[in-house]
Design a protein around this ligand. Structure first.
Ligand SMILES: Nc1nc2c(ncn2[C@@H]2O[C@H](COP(=O)(O)OP(=O)(O)OP(=O)(O)O)[C@@H](O)[C@H]2O)c(=O)[nH]1
Ligand SMILES: [Mg+2]
Length: 248
């Protein structure tokens, strides 16, 4: 049983190698797909160099012709992976891949329940506006969709592969986080959370005001205009691998 990890990347020359090296040490059977969304810095050169290393021989590296946004990167990635469960891994080292086994354990503990597992961050180190923007969007999500989560915007969203591949993914940029969350709930899945470590980077790229509105609009759209319908196939079991994904 495989866990697919989709890594959306845009201009992450400082951290992308570190993220992939850390992923290669995770003791799970991972399928990793890296989507470079037409980075303009050295990211793609670095990925070209990494792909020649034995540790990343099984990884797939894809590049978009032009920049389309994180949502578009995830859409490409979810379309390529074949794993039984799928998660996202941001490439800026805010999230530690060593937390992934804890998410898988939670998934296994849920048994036959239809669940998705989210990594829950401690948002207190975030800037005031970002933190309250996240809390606001999470609260609206809970109110509109009847769920009880604490961190809707987390990148660690682990879900069955069949569901990931069926997601409509109309959001092209950061409104993808509420869209995925809305679709998971509308598909009848319960979202469970696991505490994870989180190191917010200093140079924030997102603006809670500029990027918050499309997220709010997406929450309203999926709730009142375009609901997601999905029929779940039988649930698959995942066993933790004794080896890493690095080929010997
Ligand atoms: N495919 C794609 N990925 C992107 C794009 N912009 C950012 N990303 C990646 O998506 C992930 C999350 O982006 P961030 O800019 O860190 O978003 P964030 O963590 O919500 O915001 P920050 O608080 O600024 O870090 C990272 O791996 C980025 O490299 C983009 O235009 N296209
Ligand atoms: Mg980030």
């Amino acid at each position: 049983m495989r866990i697919s990890v989709v890594v959306p990347v845009y201009n992450e020359e400082e951290t992308v190698a570190q993220v992939l090296e850390s992923l290669s040490k995770v003791p799970l059977d991972l399928e990793v797909v890296v989507i470079d969304d037409a980075s303009t810095d050295r990211t793609w050169e670095i990925l070209q160099e990494l792909r020649t290393r034995e540790a990343f021989a099984t990884y797939r590296f894809v590049r978009h012709d032009y920049n389309q946004g994180k949502g578009a990167g995830l859409r490409t990635g979810f379309g390529l992976v074949s794993g039984d469960i799928v998660t996202v891994q941001d490439a800026d080292m805010e999230y530690d891949p060593q937390d992934l086994p804890a998410l898988v354990r939670k998934w296994q503990e849920a048994g036959d329940e239809k669940v998705a597992i989210y990594g829950r961050r401690d948002l207190s180190p975030q800037k005031f506006t970002t933190r309250w923007g996240n809390k606001f969007l999470t609260t609206i999500t809970n109110l509109l969709y009847g769920c009880h989560i604490h961190d809707m915007e987390t990148c660690y969203k682990m879900m069955p592969g069949a569901l990931a591949r069926a997601l409509p993914m109309e959001g092209r940029r950061f409104e993808i986080e509420p869209e995925i969350t809305a679709c998971i709930v509308q598909a009848g899945y319960k979202i469970l959370e696991v505490p994870i470590s989180y190191s917010p980077r200093k140079a924030k790229k997102l603006s809670p005001f500029k990027d918050g509105w499309p997220a709010l609009a997406m929450l309203l759209r999926r709730r009142f205009i375009k609901r997601f319908r999905f029929t779940a196939p039988a649930r698959v079991e995942v066993r933790e691998s004794q080896t890493t994904s690095v080929p010997k």
